[in-house]
Design a protein. Structure first.
Length: 500
């Protein structure tokens, strides 16, 4: 820490999809203010953050602090400090055990305050860490919650766990407090553990307590833009009754500038993930195809589908005659790191796709940014994770939704109902999908006229809104840049009020 004072302390959740937006937020705040920023996390995640810097050297304004975390003590495999090192069914344990960071985090703040003689301006913490509000109060500073997802999806998740509305009706449809009456949600949008939640299970108790504490924060930052989510932001502000600053989407610069992407740009985001193909090879393949003709298929950093779903998806793709790039992983029930077996796909599928140049199968991990920003990519069959969603929309790429977990089904609903840029194919890994349905949905979305054409116009408009929102050129400041400045002046004003 040296003699530098620390202005802001950040505590992201232990998943790459959270660590990266926090780091990006830290960088942007530093560039606007010159603030020194600390990021605290478990040792493996701090190592990961460090690895994202040139020669693993973090700049002097950023301070990385390790908080001890004993994963084995929480019944997790040793060194399991990140969702990406864990089987899906263990992620819940990591979320719940994160409360054990409270004491080390408290001690870290005491240490910082002792050295610099005053508390940081604020603490920015993840939505799962409602307990930070109490620590911030004790330390005479404030907690800001940073939702790395969108406003609509995050509010839906909060409202669900705080109200458990599916328990209050016999119908399969329900309303979520905070959303207008017209927004009808459906039990099939709930992951199995959500459907089972009754208020007494460990999930309900943990999330209710963390989320209600988060609602005592000084305010919220969200990884979205004012123009993108009028309904989500309006509802979130009414529900929380505190300031909400939409400062996103925090996207890699290359996506916004549309400049050629270096092959390392997407891989550095997920250190430890080795791409199944080089960016150059992908681009070469895409170059051979027509404008907006290719469907990109990927389910994020850790999902896969069931064996029967994989089979039907493959048959439907082949029948559709649509060119595609598909990130394939072993199906559900198999080790995701295992070798991919051809028996999981229709006989001869891979060879036929190669021969007629219809499909490129990429094992495990693809250079997603290069694919989405290529002019041949027309649509994205996605699990609707927030990063993938924003990356796709920013490039004017339509979506076919296949939400799987977390708040993805709510994101998918917003993309269909509010934005009109997506058609949902199915939900979850238990659903039965037919190759006919796959073919039909692909046909609708890839079409240049009709519904596909309408979706394209809407997604182009959204891509434009994203570029405008994050614009920062001279006096031209987009809404997300202004929101960042408003946030900074709000915490500075609060400091003057407290210390004058
Ligand atoms: N990603 C990638 N290649 C892949 C799969 C994912 O580069 O083959 C990146 C993608 O660009 C995005 C992130 O991984 O930035 C996934 O984040 P998202 O929020 O969409 O989903 P999650 O993995 O958190 O479920």
């Amino acid at each position: 820490m040296g003699s530098q004072q620390i202005d802001i302390v950040m505590l992201p959740f232990m998943a790459h999809g959270h660590l990266i937006p926090f780091l990006s937020l830290a960088t942007q705040i530093h560039h606007r203010t010159g603030f020194n920023i600390a990021i605290a996390n478990t040792p493996l995640n701090i190592q990961y953050l460090r690895s994202t810097f040139h020669q693993h050297q973090n700049p002097p304004w950023i301070h990385l602090f390790e908080l001890p975390f004993n994963s084995a003590g929480h019944g997790l495999p040793p060194n399991s400090e990140n969702t990406e090192n864990l089987p899906l069914d263990q992620i819940g344990k990591l979320v719940i055990s994160s409360v054990s960071l409270k004491t080390p985090f408290h001690n870290l703040l005491l240490d910082i305050i002792k050295k610099q003689g005053k508390p940081p301006l604020c603490i920015i913490s993840d939505v799962f860490f409602g307990w930070v509000v109490e620590v911030a109060n004790i330390m005479n500073t404030v907690n800001i919650t940073f939702a790395t997802g969108g406003a609509y999806g995050t509010l839906a998740l909060f409202s669900f766990w705080l109200n458990l509305p599916h328990r209050k009706t016999d119908s399969e449809e329900f309303n979520l407090p905070g959303f207008p009456e017209r927004c009808k949600f459906h039990v099939s949008q709930l992951h199995e553990f959500m459907r089972k939640a009754d208020g007494n299970d460990s999930w309900s108790r943990f999330l209710k307590s963390q989320f209600s504490s988060s609602l005592q924060s000084f305010g919220w930052l969200t990884n979205t833009a004012e123009e993108l989510e009028p309904l989500g932001l309006d509802s979130l502000r009414k529900y929380t009754q505190f300031p909400v600053w939409p400062i996103g989407p925090l996207l890699p610069k290359q996506l916004l500038n549309k400049s050629p992407l270096s092959s390392s740009s997407s891989t550095t985001q997920h250190a430890g993930k080795s791409p199944g193909i080089s960016a150059e090879k992908c681009v070469e393949w895409l170059d051979m195809h027509d404008l907006a003709s290719v469907l990109y298929i990927s389910f994020g950093s850790q999902n896969t589908v069931s064996r029967s779903q994989m089979m039907e998806l493959a048959i439907g793709l082949e029948k559709s005659w649509t060119p595609f790039i598909w990130v394939i992983r072993p199906p559900l029930g198999f080790d995701l790191k295992a070798e991919f077996r051809s028996e999981w796909l229709p006989e001869g599928f891979e060879a036929r796709m190669k021969e007629n140049n219809q499909g490129l199968l990429v094992k495990n991990w693809a250079p997603q940014l290069e694919i989405l920003s290529h002019k041949s990519t027309g649509a994205f069959l996605s699990h609707c994770g927030w990063n993938s969603t924003m990356e796709s929309l920013s490039q004017g790429v339509k979506i076919i939704g296949w939400p799987m977990a977390a708040e993805q089904a709510f994101n998918s609903k917003m993309l269909v109902d509010e934005m009109g840029v997506s058609v949902e194919l199915t939900r979850g890994v238990q659903s039965s999908i037919s190759s006919e349905k796959v073919k039909e949905v692909i046909g609708i979305v890839m079409e240049k006229e009709g519904k596909g054409g309408d979706m394209k116009r809407k997604v182009e408009e959204i891509a434009h809104q994203i570029r405008e929102a994050v614009k920062d050129e001279g006096n031209e400041k987009g809404s997300s840049i202004k929101a960042k400045d408003d946030f900074i002046s709000a915490i500075k004003t609060r400091k003057q009020e407290v210390f004058s």
